[in-house]
Design a protein around this ligand. Structure first.
Ligand code: UT7
Length: 342
């Protein structure tokens, strides 16, 4: 049945601008040895990371870095903040306990009254946020979304030897994407797939400040109990990651009638070069088909995919018509993918 005046063509969404911001302060593996017992050799061999960025107190905040990345993405999309209908903002290291950092970035960009959504799906946060934006646009509710991932990890990681298995991998930074409505099915987000398994919530988590206790959630005893530090069962995370990455990428390809050989570019969450290499080999991709920049930025959680994608785009590695897959795995556990015809 054709309803008079009803829209016949489907609306899809498209990434029209990308941007990123990383703090100037470079912290090498050797620099870390001033705080903890570790070595450049151990970190390179186990993770591939050579250096990461740490924010500058008084200059960078989670939301100011996100705003810088967003301004670049908006410029490249050729639009202004007021053309945006909604901000979808992923972070696990917000400026405040509440409200979320999306509010602060909205204020900084002068977007009063526009909808904001804070997403907390850890390393999969950006892909979740992109999926939320994609659904809003496909439903017709919004035309333009600003999707952001931003993290300041360096202020709260445990830089003593006790925290070295997590401290060495994390870095600070922000990335952003402008997502706009399109009817062009040759250049759009084809699908997103999101997953989570809360049975593994405590395999990679920060327990405090939790609300489910009788007193105010910050006491001297609590501070000393270590619950404010990241706990990671690195081995369990690693084992699940290598399975879930492959699964969720293949799920995206199959849902759209493609196979791994059709893929032009994979932009994985930047967790560990060994995970990335394993996934690359599983899928039969060449080194140039997989974006890795964790050597220079470490693991920036929700920011890692938009930083890697923006950098790849800047370097001419993302070309019109390419089949591009974004894929993530992280705390929760969560895992997710987005397949894009660029
Ligand atoms: O982004 C979210 C997702 N996160 C990930 O995907 C991370 C996945 N996991 C990993 O990448 C790895 O588990 C790590 C690279 C984090 C750790 O590697 P691992 O081989 O699993 O190390 P481990 O924690 O099992 O520790 C092995 C040894 C231990 O020494 P002993 O007990 O064997 O003597 C650790 O104390 O390595 C030691 N170690 C270190 N030594 C030097 C742990 N961290 C360090 C360090 N420097 N930074």
């Amino acid at each position: 049945m054709v309803v008079s005046g009803h829209k016949n063509s489907m609306t899809f969404s498209r990434i029209t601008g990308l941007g990123y911001y990383v703090p100037e302060n470079i912290v090498t593996n050797n620099d870390l040895t001033q705080w903890m017992e570790t070595s450049d050799e151990w970190i390179r061999e186990r993770t591939g990371i050579q250096e990461r960025r740490y924010f500058e107190y008084g200059k960078d905040t989670n939301s100011s870095m996100a705003a810088a990345a967003s301004r670049q993405a908006l410029d490249r999309a050729g639009i202004t903040p007021n053309d945006v209908d909604v901000i979808v903002y992923a972070t696990i290291t917000p400026d405040y306990f509440f409200p979320g950092s999306a509010f602060l970035m909205q204020r900084e960009l002068g977007m009063d009254g526009k909808a904001v959504i804070d997403v907390r799906e850890q390393c999969s946060g950006f892909v979740y946020a992109l999926s939320i934006a994609d659904q809003f646009i496909k439903s017709g509710m919004y035309k333009t979304a600003l999707v952001v991932g931003s993290e300041i990890q360096s202020s709260w990681i445990d830089k003593s030897t006790a925290g070295r298995n997590t401290a060495v991998i994390f870095g600070d930074g922000a990335g952003a994407a402008v997502v706009t409505a399109t009817e062009d099915t040759q250049h759009c987000i084809l699908s997103t797939h999101l997953h989570a398994d809360g049975r593994f919530a405590e395999e990679l988590y920060v327990k405090d400040p939790g609300s489910s206790r009788p007193d105010r959630p910050v006491t001297k005893e609590l501070l000393e109990s270590g619950g404010y530090n990241v706990y990671m069962n690195g081995n369990a995370v690693f084992k699940h990651a290598i399975v879930r990455f492959g699964e969720v990428i293949n799920e995206a390809l199959a849902a759209n009638g493609y196979a791994a050989e059709d893929l032009d570019l994979l932009v994985p969450h930047q967790a560990n070069i060994r995970i990335s290499d394993y996934v690359r080999q599983q899928l039969g991709l060449s080194e140039s088909q997989v974006i890795n920049n964790l050597q220079r930025f470490g693991n920036t959680t929700a920011a890692s995919i938009p930083i890697a994608l923006a950098e790849a785009w800047e370097n001419g590695k993302v070309k019109s018509g390419d089949l591009v897959c974004l894929a993530a795995f992280g705390s929760g556990f969560t895992w997710a993918s987005a397949l894009i015809r660029w």
